[in-house]
Write a protein that binds this ligand. Structure first.
Ligand code: GLC
Ligand code: CA
Length: 543
């Protein structure tokens, strides 16, 4: 493996749902520590923790009330230090989530700001209304509704691109930059390897002019998405902080990033890699409120475009905001086969693969539920809107169920018992995912053909074959549901063939009887001229 550690696979932990050590129904840091051996054995090298900071959990931790404290349900700072030490023993590194577009409204800075106190009032974006009762502009929040909240005591409005409980920080204020740099140093000095930076391409607002159009969410985005000031701040963070730590990784969550901005993020040392969003839109319309029939060719087109244009990608099919990939791009009837096909693509594309907890088991979404019972603030906001619009209940449910992020946040399945080995509490904090009792760590460890073992094999292959990490991405002509490409380095090449559909396909003539050593096949001994439904074949073909 090349010297750059960040090319290794990254495993995302959603701490509340990973492993509960003390029987209160909520996952915690000691629970994570108890599973480090599992992660080591899986073959990942980096763990990204969704936020573990003190928070009122309005947006499940993406609303930080104290950057220097651990949420009490998750543990203490001592537990966190122990996690770092135990991870280090196993040669695993920890990446934290950095949420600095906004804080929680419970953050002492914001509480002081609400009282009009210096210097904190200037840490946030307070503006006078256009006139009485009218916000400073027409921006809408990402979670729908106006992006401004009125504070009577100040006769001012504050900006919140997300929920009103998540006031935006004012990145025009150098004090905010200084505070964030201190947070970064605090954790880097502890031995944290880096950060996944939440909605990091929206932090710097260019102007506060009205937005165009009528978007129920994100109106005004042209004034704050990937602005020059945004690029400047990321460069400054690199110069002031990251460049002083020889080993580090900065991963951007870059909402609706485009290729030109993405290239700048990488070239100018602003980010080491970034999450793109376009491929997550191939089966949805209207910001996800409506479905669109999934076509493998649409996914292929987007993925290949970024593979060819971006020197190093952050590849993912799942995270805590997205429904499970088997539900979206796979098949419930060919559950394991489709989970494996998706794994094969994820782990052989150029870039760092991100595995979201449970994805390596082929976990599914949790069953649909009454949106009013969701813990997801975005779902609750949309549900409220559908009620206000008097949409028929069935329709409202459908929209909300499609958006509800609780679905992928269901607890991890460690075994087939009633409580999945996740907790001993009467009830876990969220309902469990859909399953027939076979998609859990224990059962899959004992099944040579499981999704879990397929992931392990692929991860091992990826570590042993330079083609898969350092190789170029060479697209091969293909159509329909076939993904065909080569990863090439010097005179070595691996050919990847994946059929992302339940129907068997005949390969194009030039791929039928390829000379080369078979490295991995999902269905051993299958006809070399064909690929079964969701079939996978990897061959060592030389360049
Ligand atoms: C990111 C997070 C998401 C959160 C939002 C606001 O998109 O992934 O969970 O709700 O930012 O912080
Ligand atoms: Ca617990």
């Amino acid at each position: 493996m090349d010297q750059l550690w960040h090319k290794h696979a990254i495993y995302q932990i959603y701490p509340r749902s990973f492993c509960d050590s003390n029987g209160d129904g909520v996952g915690d840091i000691p629970g994570i520590i108890s599973k480090l051996d599992y992660l080591k054995d899986l073959g990942v090298k980096i763990i990204w923790l969704s936020p573990v900071y003190k928070s009122p959990l309005f947006d499940m931790g993406y609303d930080v009330a104290d950057y220097y404290a651990i949420h009490e349900e998750l543990g203490t700072m001592e537990d966190f230090d122990r996690l770092l030490a135990e991870a280090k023993k196993r040669d695993l590194r920890i990446v934290m989530d950095l949420v600095v577009n906004h804080t929680s409204s419970a953050h002492p800075w914001f509480q002081a700001a609400l009282r009009g106190e210096a210097p904190y009032h200037d840490y946030y974006v307070f503006k006078k209304g256009k006139k009485k009762g009218v916000p400073p502009n027409n921006w809408t929040s990402m979670f729908t509704g106006p992006a401004w909240e009125y504070v009577p005591a100040l006769d001012e409005w504050y900006l919140h691109l997300y929920d009103a409980a998540q006031p935006d920080l004012n990145w025009h204020n150098p004090e905010v930059l200084r505070e964030v740099e201190n947070i970064l140093r605090f954790y880097l000095d502890k031995g944290v390897y880096g950060f996944r930076c939440d909605v990091i391409n929206q932090i710097y607002k260019d102007s506060y002019a009205d937005g165009k159009g009528h978007a129920p969410s994100g109106r005004g985005i042209e004034h704050y998405l990937m602005t020059e000031g945004n690029h400047r701040i990321l460069r400054k963070l690199y110069e002031d902080v990251f460049s002083h730590y020889p080993e580090h990784v900065v991963i951007g969550e870059t909402f609706n990033v485009d290729i030109p901005n993405g290239l700048r993020f990488l070239k100018e040392n602003e980010l080491d890699m970034f999450f793109t969003f376009e491929h997550m839109g191939v089966d949805r319309r209207l910001s996800g409120a409506l479905a669109k029939k999934f076509k493998p060719e649409a996914l292929r087109e987007v993925l290949y475009r970024y593979q060819k244009e971006i020197p190093w990608n952050a590849n993912y099919f799942e995270n805590h905001d997205q429904h499970r990939s088997v539900n979206r791009f796979g098949s419930l009837k060919m559950h394991d086969e489709s989970a494996k096909a998706l794994a094969a693509i994820l782990l052989t594309l150029k870039g760092t693969p991100f595995i979201y907890q449970g994805q390596e088991l082929g976990m599914l979404d949790a069953p649909k539920k009454d949106p009013a019972t969701s813990t997801d603030c975005a779902t609750l906001a949309v549900y409220k809107l559908t009620r206000k619009m008097h949409l028929p209940k069935r329709f409202a449910y459908r929209i909300c169920n499609r958006l509800d992020r609780d679905a992928c946040r269901a607890p991890m399945a460690w075994d087939a018992d009633e409580k999945q080995g996740f907790t001993t509490a009467e009830k876990a904090w969220l309902p469990f995912a859909d399953d027939d009792g076979t998609h859990n760590v224990k059962t899959e460890e004992n099944n040579a053909n499981s999704v879990l073992n397929f992931y392990k094999t692929l991860l091992k292959l990826r570590q042993n074959r330079l083609e898969l990490t350092e190789g170029s991405f060479d697209e091969l002509p293909s159509n329909g549901s076939l993904f065909a490409y080569r990863r090439v380095v010097d005179t070595k090449a691996i050919l990847v063939l994946v059929n992302l559909s339940p129907k068997a396909i005949t390969l194009p003539p030039y791929l039928r009887h390829v000379d080369g050593q078979l490295l991995l096949e999902s269905n051993a001994g299958s006809d070399p001229a064909r690929l079964d439904g969701f079939g996978v074949r990897l061959l060592d073909v030389g360049a």
